[in-house]
Design a protein around this ligand. Structure first.
Ligand SMILES: [Ca+2]
Ligand SMILES: [Ca+2]
Ligand SMILES: [Ca+2]
Ligand SMILES: [Ca+2]
Length: 352
């Protein structure tokens, strides 16, 4: 991970929450109506017990992985402080190092502005591991964890107190991201086609680290690859796209060389996607982002990061997504390496 730290994702929620009907939704967190119980399901391994205290001290759940964990909590109907309605932290122990898949389901959440992240329970610099943003009805992310005590932090934001508490469940299970998203043989569903002779035809986004920033290019001559039709992702299916980080490249305006942007679309039943970026050799550090399609000239909001620091692929990331919605997948070759022409392959799949 290139120096990313935990982020408050309210801007993401504003950009991404639209509901499955595709309509424009207000950006506020809305409490559920009275017909939805906020009682915890009875199959919880642990139930939130100290809502006031868990903003500062993680509740000790006594749970450990690789056994599956299910934590039940709720976003309190509290007047926000600095737009934060509720922060809930829970500690758990990792007995076996490896990748884990974290989900926060809040099907009654409506347009919750909610994020969750995993960090070392001890805190401090370098403790952050990964996070995800709530989109539609849940959030999901994969995270590699070492043997240690960790805390998962759920943050809910709004401009006013929700009408009522919003229940959620956190599940943490062992993950096999590479097996979930294996490469696809045969002809690619889409091949990069509009990068032009300068390799800047599809750049769209400049990405910098330290601190992280993603902004649209100043150029008005670039456009995303017209790949939405070929890359409409149905749940349970996998799709291949092929492209190349090529020379010449877009230069040193950011911390990447060639930058390539593709449009993908979720199918009517698809509410999360996994992206895999792979390449041959160990002489280039390729990264990708999944981005909400920006409105106008606004900065595109990243939903998932495939940005490990290293020249050995693949990069993998999983994110929640709205159904029947377009997103950008952006691929870049990181500046730290000597520029080389590097073909790559994207695999995009959906568990659900
Ligand atoms: Ca709390
Ligand atoms: Ca709470
Ligand atoms: Ca290219
Ligand atoms: Ca390009």
């Amino acid at each position: 991970m290139k120096m990313r730290v935990a982020t408050l994702w309210f801007g993401v929620a504003l950009a991404a929450c639209g509901g499955d009907d595709g309509g424009d939704q207000p950006d506020a967190l809305h409490g559920v109506d009275g017909s939805v119980s906020d009682a915890a399901p009875d199959d919880c391994d642990y139930t939130e017990a100290d809502d006031d205290g868990n903003a500062t001290a993680a509740e000790a759940t006594g749970l450990d992985v690789p056994g599956a964990i299910k934590i039940c909590g709720s976003v309190a109907a509290r007047v926000p402080t600095g737009q934060i309605v509720d922060t809930d932290r829970y500690a758990f122990t990792v007995e076996t190092a490896g990748p884990y898949l974290v989900r926060v389901d809040a099907p009654a959440g409506g347009v919750l502005a909610l994020s969750a992240g995993v960090s070392l329970a001890a805190g401090g610099d370098g403790s952050f591991r990964n996070d995800g943003v709530y989109i539609g009805d849940h959030l999901v992310f994969s995270v590699a964890l070492e043997t240690a005590e960790f805390a998962i932090e759920v943050i809910a934001g709004d401009n006013a107190a929700p009408d009522s508490a919003v229940p959620y469940t956190i599940t943490i299970v062992p993950d096999q991201p590479a097996a979930r998203c294996t490469t696809v043989s045969g002809t690619a569903a889409y091949t990069e086609a509009t990068d032009t002779a300068t390799n800047t035809g599809n750049d769209m986004v400049e990405v910098s680290w330290g601190p992280f920033a993603a902004v649209q290019t100043a150029a008005t001559t670039d456009a995303p690859e017209p790949s939405a039709s070929a890359l409409t992702i149905s749940a349970g299916m996998s799709y291949k796209a092929s492209g190349a980080a090529s020379l010449p490249n877009g230069g040193t305006t950011d911390t990447y060389q060639d930058r390539d942007t593709y449009v993908l679309a979720t199918g009517a039943q698809t509410n999360e996607i996994t992206v895999r970026l792979s390449w041959e050799g160990t002489d280039a550090d390729l990264d990708f982002l999944v981005l909400a399609v920006p409105q106008g000239a606004s900065a595109p909001v990243p939903l998932a990061f495939g940005t490990l620091a290293g020249t050995s692929g693949p990069e993998l990331a999983t994110t929640a997504a709205l159904r029947s919605t377009q997103y950008w997948v952006w691929v870049g070759e990181y500046d730290a390496t000597v520029p080389v022409a590097k073909p790559y392959e994207l695999t995009i799949t959906a568990l659900r």
